[in-house]
Write a protein of this length. Structure first.
Ligand SMILES: *Cc1c(COP(=O)(O)O)cnc(C)c1O
Length: 396
C-alpha cells in the first residue's frame, strides 16, 4: 500500500539535497566550530555560510540569526528575554492571542505565575486577530506583543505587517512564531517590522532538533542555556553544524521553489476542500483565503476525529486531528474552540497538510477514503443517531 503523508504541519520529510549536504558535513567536516585547527575553522565557515543563507531568505542580516534546538526553544528564548527586559523598565504586560502554539502559551503561563499580566486576543470565526483589538489591548506597560504568523492547526495567516507597523510606531517589541510560515509563504522581517521571529527546520524539509531565532539589531536578548560562548554568548552548546547547514539548504530550496510549490499546493488544497465539503454537515475551519497554501482543516458532525485518523492510517493515509486525546486530555483543540466551534463538533476534526510531493491522485484517494469512513463512522455514532432523529440540532 502506498503511503500518503499529509501531516506536514506536524513534520516534513528531510529533502534529498539536505541529507546529502548533512552527510558530507558529518563525515568530512565534523570539527568543533570553536576549535582553532583547520577542521574547526571549516566548521565555523559552514556555520557562517548557513547564517548568511538563512538571513537572506527572511530579509535579515546574518548577525541577527541565533541558532537554537528548534521552534520551542526559539519561542521560549524570545518570550522570556522580552519579558525580563520589559520588567527592568517596569513593563509587565504582554499581548498575545488565544490560539498560539503551546510553546508560546505555556511560556506565557509561566510568566503569568511570575506576575506578568497577559491579554489574549480573540481570533473570531475566521481564525484571524483584529488589529483594532490589538490597538485597544496595548498600554503604557506593555513589554511586548507575540502573535503567530500562521496557525499550525487551521493554517490561518495573521495580519503581521499591519501589526508590525503599528507596534514599531509605538516602540513596542514584536515577536512572531513563524514556524508554520517560514519556507511556506513570503516573509520579510524588515518590511514587516518584526523584532523577533522563531523558525524550525523540520517544518520545511530540514532536520529535527534545529531552529533559529531572528533578533533585530538593537533588541536585547538573554541566553536561556548557559555555558560556552557560542552564538555570541547568547546560546551555549557546541553547534549542530550539520543540522544548521541542513536547515539553510532546506530553506534556500523552499524559498527558490516558493512560487511553483504554492501554485501546486493551492490546487491540491482547493480540490480537497471542494470535494470534502460535499459531505453533509461538514465545514471548513478558518478563513478560506487567508490560509497556508497546504492546509485543509475540516469538521464532520457526529464523528470522532481519532477514529477517523486511525481508519485513515489503516488505508496508508497519515493525517492529523485537532482533538488532543493523545495528550491524555479529553478536551478538544484550543484552536477549534477559539474559533467558536462547540466541543462536540470540534472533536470531529481532520487536518490534512500537503507537501509539494503530494499529487492529485493522492487527493482523489484521500477524498474517497474520507467520504467512505465518515459515512461508516456515522452509522455507528450515537450522536449522529440523535442528530438524525432530531433529538439534538445540527450545528453545521
Ligand atoms: C512545530 C511548531 C512549534 C515547535 O517547534 P519544534 O521545532 O517542534 O520545537 C512551535 N510553533 C509552531 C507554530 C509550530 O508549528
Amino acid at each position: 500500500m502506498k503511503t500518503i503523508y499529509v501531516d506536514n504541519a506536524g513534520t516534513t520529510a528531510v529533502s534529498k539535497s539536505v541529507i546529502d549536504a548533512m552527510l558530507t558535513i558529518m563525515t568530512e567536516n565534523f570539527g568543533n566550530a570553536s576549535s582553532l585547527h583547520f577542521l574547526g575553522q571549516q566548521a565555523k565557515e559552514i556555520l557562517n555560510s548557513a547564517r548568511e543563507k538563512i538571513a537572506k531568505c527572511i530579509g535579515a542580516n546574518a548577525d541577527e540569526i541565533i541558532f537554537t534546538s528548534g521552534g520551542s526553544e526559539s519561542d521560549n528564548m524570545a518570550l522570556i528575554s522580552l519579558a525580563y527586559d520589559g520588567k527592568k523598565k517596569g513593563k509587565t504586560h504582554i499581548v498575545s492571542s488565544v490560539f498560539e502554539h503551546h510553546a508560546i502559551l505555556h511560556t506565557l503561563q509561566k510568566l503569568e505565575r511570575e506576575g506578568f499580566e497577559v491579554t489574549y486576543l480573540p481570533v473570531y470565526k475566521n481564525g484571524i486577530v483584529k488589529l483594532d483589538d490589538l490597538k485597544k489591548a496595548v498600554k503604557d506597560t506593555t513589554a511586548f506583543v507575540t502573535i503567530m504568523f500562521a496557525n499550525n492547526e487551521i493554517g490561518t495567516i495573521q495580519p503581521i505587517a499591519e501589526i508590525g507597523a503599528y507596534l514599531r510606531d509605538k516602540n513596542i517589541p514584536f515577536h512572531t512564531d513563524a514556524v508554520q510560515a517560514v519556507g511556506h509563504i513570503k516573509l520579510d522581517v524588515k518590511a514587516q517590522n518584526i523584532d523577533m521571529l522563531s523558525m524550525s527546520a523540520h517544518k520545511f524539509h530540514g532536520p529535527k532538533g534545529v531552529g533559529a531565532v531572528y533578533v533585530r539589531r538593537g533588541v536585547r536578548i538573554n541566553s536561556l542555556i548557559l555555558g560556552g560562548a557560542q552564538e555570541r554568548n547568547l546560546r551555549a552548546g557546541t553547534e549542530n553544524v550539520a543540522g544548521i547547514y541542513g536547515m539553510a539548504i532546506a530553506l534556500e530550496e523552499a524559498t527558490n521553489n516558493l512560487t511553483k510549490n504554492t501554485k501546486h499546493l493551492k490546487a491540491l488544497r482547493d480540490k480537497t476542500i471542494k470535494e470534502l465539503s460535499k459531505i453533509e454537515h461538514s465545514c471548513l475551519n478558518g478563513d478560506a483565503d487567508k490560509r497556508l497554501p497546504n492546509n485543509v482543516n475540516m469538521c464532520f458532525e457526529g464523528i470522532e476525529g481519532e477514529a477517523l485518523l486511525l481508519l485513515l492510517s489503516d488505508e496508508g493515509i497519515c493525517a492529523s486531528s485537532g482533538s488532543a486525546c493523545t495528550s491524555g486530555s479529553l478536551d478538544p483543540s484550543h484552536v477549534l474552540l477559539a474559533i467558536g466551534l462547540p466541543h462536540d463538533v470540534a472533536h470531529g476534526s481532520l487536518r490534512l497538510t500537503f507537501s509539494e510531493d503530494n499529487t492529485m491522485e493522492d487527493v482523489d484517494k484521500i477524498v474517497s477514503v474520507v467520504r467512505k469512513t465518515v459515512e461508516y463512522l456515522r452509522t455507528i455514532s450515537p450522536v449522529w443517531d440523535k442528530l438524525k432523529k432530531g433529538e439534538i440540532k445540527h450545528v453545521i
